[in-house]
Design a binder for this molecule. Structure first.
Ligand SMILES: Cc1c2[nH]c(c1CCC(=O)O)Cc1[nH]c(c(CCC(=O)O)c1C)Cc1[nH]c(c(CCC(=O)O)c1C)Cc1[nH]c(c(C)c1CCC(=O)O)C2
Length: 345
């Protein structure tokens, strides 16, 4: 029997650790440059501008659902969209990522980032409503960036390998750091509340770069802010994701997530032993495995499914986002293999 609504879809059930007919699957960055139909509709439209056009957002969000038959859609947007909406001067540069015109260095720079109001992101409300109507029983995932990852872009001014300036603020100006993270947590919370009110079935908090921290520093400088976001959200499952977080997994679960996203470095059974038996996991095929010959891909998919059995619920995904060079046909075959395998009973 198929799911009747997004609320009792395999994806939502797996997030809550309930029995499912098959393991649900979606891919981080499933919408985007790996799809020719995406490149076609995005041609000539800057990334941030594309996120402010509800019809276009809906079309791009639906493209991978149509092509792959994944168990969830993820809203087409970006983690810096609410920052731009709150008045931060920034751009998303193709091939680089977010670039901030005036990086945040002082307490007064922090004060200049204003709180977000729902009116600032009315186009997101509109896009989610269009999508929920269109998707029917397929759940829509809303998302936002977590305070550390957003702070890293704001303080560094762009992508960074070491996060040196971010850590310098964290250790050297802890009051400024906590003021910045408090403001970012407020923005993230408001952004996610808009999406939940408009009807998303789950939310994912992306703390992509937090693996740069030790567990002790994570607990001291970051976790209180992420925990406030996760714990103040109500009504939908919460997924908490980062890359390189093997040492942070217990804390990321404690922060208040229902599901912890795991990258490919930690097998899902090992991850579950660290996170504890009461939380579902999401992941964790290495995106680069998708470049291997099919028998290798298939064996890796089956290994991930087997290791996911250790958790009370498993949402199949990659360990990080789809790379632009990945062949969409391989992702379609991955979905087939996952769907053919019996889920958690
Ligand atoms: C760190 C981060 C960002 N953005 C995001 C994160 C967290 C996830 C992660 O860790 O990958 C989140 C994000 N960004 C985008 C989505 C859309 C939904 C999806 O399909 O997953 C999501 C969930 C669209 C996007 N966001 C971006 C694109 C590419 C834009 C383009 O077409 O040029 C898309 C489809 C741009 C972007 N925005 C960002 C980066 C690093 C980049 C890539 C820069 C590049 O390599 O060109 C910041």
């Amino acid at each position: 029997m198929g799911a009747m609504t997004a609320h009792d879809s395999a994806f939502v059930l797996a997030c809550l650790g309930k029995p499912v007919p098959h393991t649900p699957v979606w891919f981080m960055r499933q919408a985007g440059r790996s799809l020719p139909e995406y490149r076609k509709v995005r041609a000539g439209i800057p990334m941030l501008e594309s996120c402010r056009r509800p019809e276009l957002v809906a079309e791009i969000t639906l493209q991978p659902v149509r092509r792959y038959g994944v168990d969830a859609a993820i809203l087409y947007s970006d983690i810096v969209v609410p920052l731009a909406a709150a008045g931060v001067d920034l751009d998303i540069v193709p091939g680089t990522g977010p670039v901030i015109a005036e990086p945040v260095r002082t307490e007064s720079d922090v004060a200049a980032i204003r709180p977000l109001t729902p009116d600032d992101v009315s186009y997101v409300d509109e896009a989610v409503r269009l999508l929920v109507a269109e998707l029917g029983a397929t759940p829509l995932i809303g998302f936002a960036g977590a305070p550390f990852t957003l702070a890293s872009y704001l303080v560094e001014g762009g992508p960074s390998r070491t996060h040196a300036k971010t850590k310098a603020m964290m250790y050297g100006q802890p009051d400024t750091w906590h003021a910045l993270c408090t403001r970012l947590a407020d923005i993230t919370l408001e952004f996610l509340r808009v999406q939940i009110a408009a009807g998303v079935s789950a939310v994912q908090l992306f703390d992509s770069w937090v693996g740069a921290l030790s567990e002790a520093d994570y607990r001291r400088y970051v976790m209180p802010h992420s925990a406030r976001v996760l714990q103040q959200l109500e009504g939908v499952p919460r997924i908490h994701f980062g890359v390189g977080t093997a040492e942070l997994l217990p804390a990321m679960g404690e922060a208040g997530a229902d599901v912890v996203g795991v990258d490919w470095r930690t097998p899902l059974d090992v991850a579950t032993a660290r996170i504890g038996p009461d939380k579902a996991v999401q992941g964790n095929l290495d995106p680069c495995v998708l470049f291997a010959p099919w028998p290798v891909v298939e064996a890796e998919v089956r290994r991930v499914l087997a290791e996911g059995r250790a958790a009370p619920g498993h949402v199949f995904n990659l360990g990080h986002g789809v790379l632009p060079e990945i062949d969409p046909d391989v992702l379609a075959r991955v979905v087939e293999v996952v769907h053919e395998t019996a889920g958690h009973q």
